[in-house]
Write a protein that binds this ligand. Structure first.
Ligand code: SAM
Length: 238
């Protein structure tokens, strides 16, 4: 029987994340903490895969040559299309939720961001196809930063690190508001998330082994880059 990924429907409709100040701030922090490694510059052609409401492009468009925001969600694509209609170097495209049109996104990408997206993929073959697909549309040397890869193993130490992260980065009040809104306005989110049990679990060594197979460099980024202290971040250099 074919697996019906509940996240496809969730992301396709409007939800609390599209206007979340907390999530926008989280992206600012993520961009700042990875700025050295990503070295965004005016020669970059960037793909933001799973762009959501376009936080990444809002923050970085002035530094790079161009950004293509791609998402499977009609809701987010229409938000981004409105947001960036007057921004000359940001374009927006809807992709199929089965990766069948990755090659049609163009070529010559120099940086690719995939932030808080991979655990919504349906299976590990999809992860493999994505990493291989990016290789086809990117130039040699391209960096693919896969950030905030979810899992369901949160310990109390992770919760403590999440708290200190929000305090350190001045996100505590927005985090509190977001959590309240999840409970009050968007109970569907918790129902689908099931404490992370509905996430695709990507084994710790999976991307490393895939990198070896493809002959690309894969690095686990150990710094805590997001509030989700137990989530992982992986840099792939083609
Ligand atoms: C948690 S949101 C993150 C959005 C954005 N990266 C950000 O951080 O603001 C997850 C996004 O991934 C998108 N997404 C999930 N699976 C996808 C897929 N297979 N192809 C394209 N987009 C996908 C969803 O539609 C949603 O916009």
């Amino acid at each position: 029987m074919k697996y019906n990924n509940p996240w496809v429907e969730y992301w396709n409709k409007d939800n609390i994340w599209s206007r979340s100040k907390f999530w926008r701030r989280q992206m600012e922090v993520f961009v700042r903490l990875t700025a050295d490694v990503m070295d965004y510059n005016e020669n970059d052609k960037v793909l933001d895969f799973g762009c959501g409401s376009g936080n990444f492009a809002e923050i970085t468009a002035h530094k790079v040559g161009s950004i293509l925001c791609a998402d499977m969600s009609e809701n987010y694509v229409s938000i981004c299309a409105n947001k960036f209609s007057e921004v000359h170097n940001v374009s927006v495209v809807r992709v199929n939720p089965d990766l069948s049109d990755l090659a049609s996104l163009g070529s010559g990408f120099t940086k690719v961001i995939c932030f808080s997206v991979m655990h919504y993929f349906p299976d590990l073959d999809y992860v493999t196809s994505f990493v291989k697909g990016v290789q086809q549309i990117a130039v040699p040397g391209t960096k693919l930063l896969i950030g905030d890869i979810g899992n369901n193993n949160r310990t109390w130490i992770d919760s403590f690190r999440a708290l200190t992260f929000t305090l350190r980065e001045g996100m505590f009040i927005d985090a509190f508001k977001l959590i309240s809104r999840i409970w009050l306005v968007d109970p569907n989110y918790r129902k689908i998330k099931q404490g992370g049990d509905s996430y695709l679990i990507i084994p710790d060594t999976y991307l490393m082994e895939l990198g070896e197979e493809l002959g690309v460099k894969v690095t686990n980024v150990e710094t805590q880059l997001t509030v989700n202290a137990n989530y992982r971040h992986v840099l792939i250099e083609y």
